[in-house]
Write a protein that binds this ligand. Structure first.
Ligand code: ADP
Length: 455
């Protein structure tokens, strides 16, 4: 049996940062991934392709203000595939340089020191490998609501998969689920002229996000028909279209007739075979870990989407490195994950981004805070882009004036939020931000402008 110091199940953001770090430090590492390539679902069907499409549409919208032109959706898809292709090639080079390998296959856990891999995903070709430390980074996958007619639905994978994406726009689409995937998709499709019916069983969109921020974003979004408090009952074929039957809370039925139906009802963790047998603790949200990313079995770690703590690529990357550091320290914890400073960007058009404690949570916890706001309507760069909407809101603890959280709606939100995250992580105060000379003319200027209002 081949012996490795460290084996990873998966080769996405939850695994490869650790694999590189450990390899550099002299560990003998093997990554196993069903896809046989590095980078996981983020590159194959997630953030990279979706953001390439969305940002292309965003630029199109900006240009359309000045030039009357139409964009061909299949060209956007070709561009997306090119971006994915380039990223895959550069990942391969990185692997070669580091002399690391990704074994193609599905891994299952046999015991505390052994995994079995179906090489090339072939059940007749099994090989066992011995490990000292294991990192489970098997990610998450689209949850499918098994309602009548669910097989007619597409998922985000059909929109974004490398070389296999839908490259023709429907005239209309029903999107089941107004979480971040549903609303990001609704936003860019609407700009491209698709009639969007967004169906959500809860009483608001983006459940779990701060209500104040969401309510400020909603009026700025492109046109979409929102069906709140409505559950999808079934989907039927209707000529060459689909009929989506919905029912509201008072049992009133209705339907929408559309060309396509997107299932966007969330993602759930992929738990590898063997986890249960070995007694690794997990629940519906994912594999349970401590803040050092360790499971209840000391030499087995679970990082990234599979633990459900912060299912975002950048969180996975940080968690991966934490696992590596703790492995290097002989499975004694030396590095810990701080989930309170992980930024999130909603790639709607315009964007919304947030991090830390926001009004809902601050009020719930009874924390006294001071708010300061910058109006992006007055921002120079937003003016240059003809996107004068949105705001930056920062929240500081009343006495210490330490930054607790912030949200941004509008131009460059996804970039600016990183500085706010760093401020929270490093305990910066309102004065630190007020004294910073942010570059002009960037929307970042809003941070010091807002902070100075407090002095
Ligand atoms: P994360 O961002 O947490 O790394 P991803 O979903 O991007 O998550 O990556 C997880 C990767 O793990 C995917 O490429 C997926 O195909 C792979 N994977 C999932 N289960 C297994 C398994 N049992 N054996 C090997 N690879 C797996």
């Amino acid at each position: 049996m081949k012996e490795y110091d460290v084996i990873t199940i998966g080769a996405g953001g939850a695994c490869y940062p650790a694999a590189f770090r450990l390899k550099q430090s002299g560990y003998n590492v093997l990554m196993v991934d069903e896809k046989g390539i590095m980078s996981g679902n983020c590159l194959s069907e997630g953030c990279v392709p979706s953001k390439t499409i969305i940002e292309t549409v965003h630029n199109y919208k900006r240009m359309r203000e000045f030039y009357n032109f139409k964009i061909n959706y299949s060209d956007i898809i070709k561009r997306k595939d090119r971006v994915q292709d380039i990223r895959y090639k550069s990942h391969n080079e990185e692997l070669n340089v580091a002399n690391l390998e990704v074994l193609k296959g599905t891994a299952s856990i046999i015991d505390e020191n052994t995994v079995e891999v179906n090489i090339n995903n072939d059940i007749n070709s099994k090989e066992r490998f011995h490990y000292k430390h294991l990192i489970i980074g098997s990610g998450a996958t689209t949850s499918i609501l098994k309602i009548d007619g669910y097989q007619y639905c597409i998922t985000s994978k059909d929109l974004y998969a490398f070389k296999h994406s839908i490259d023709e726009l429907p005239e209309s689409i029903a999107i089941i689920g107004a979480g971040y995937i549903g609303i990001e998709t609704a936003s860019f499709l609407s700009i491209l002229g698709v009639k969007v019916e967004l169906i959500e069983i809860m009483d608001s969109v983006l459940k779990g996000m701060d209500i104040e921020a969401v309510n400020k974003l909603l009026p700025l979004l492109p046109e979409m028909n929102l069906h709140l408090n409505n559950g999808v009952q079934s989907i039927e074929k209707y000529g060459n279209k689909f009929k989506v039957n919905i029912m509201d809370k008072s049992n009133k039925s209705d339907n929408v007739i559309v060309d396509k139906v997107l299932m966007a009802t969330g993602r759930s963790p992929v738990i590898p075979d063997g986890v249960k047998n070995l007694g690794i603790e997990y629940d519906r949200r994912g594999i349970r870990v401590n803040s050092g990313m360790q499971t209840n079995i000391k030499n087995i770690y679970a990082t990234g989407d599979v633990n459900g703590i912060a299912p975002l690529f950048h969180a996975a990357k940080r968690q991966s490195l934490i696992a590596a550091h703790n492995i290097m320290n002989g499975d004694k914890l030396t590095d810990y994950f701080n989930s309170s400073a992980i930024p999130f960007t909603l790639f709607t058009i315009p964007q919304m981004a947030f991090v830390g404690l926001l009004p809902d949570e601050l009020n719930r916890r009874g924390i006294n805070y001071i708010r300061t706001t910058y109006d992006i309507k007055d921002d120079t760069l937003a003016e240059a882009y003809n996107e004068m909407c949105g705001e930056i809101d920062l929240f500081f603890e009343e006495n210490s004036m330490k930054l607790l959280g912030g949200y941004i709606i509008g131009n460059d939100a996804g970039n600016i939020i990183n500085e706010i995250a760093l401020g929270i992580e490093k305990g910066l105060t309102a004065r630190d931000f007020a004294e910073m000379a942010h570059q002009h003319p960037m929307t970042f200027e809003g941070i010091d402008t807002a902070a100075r209002k407090l002095f």
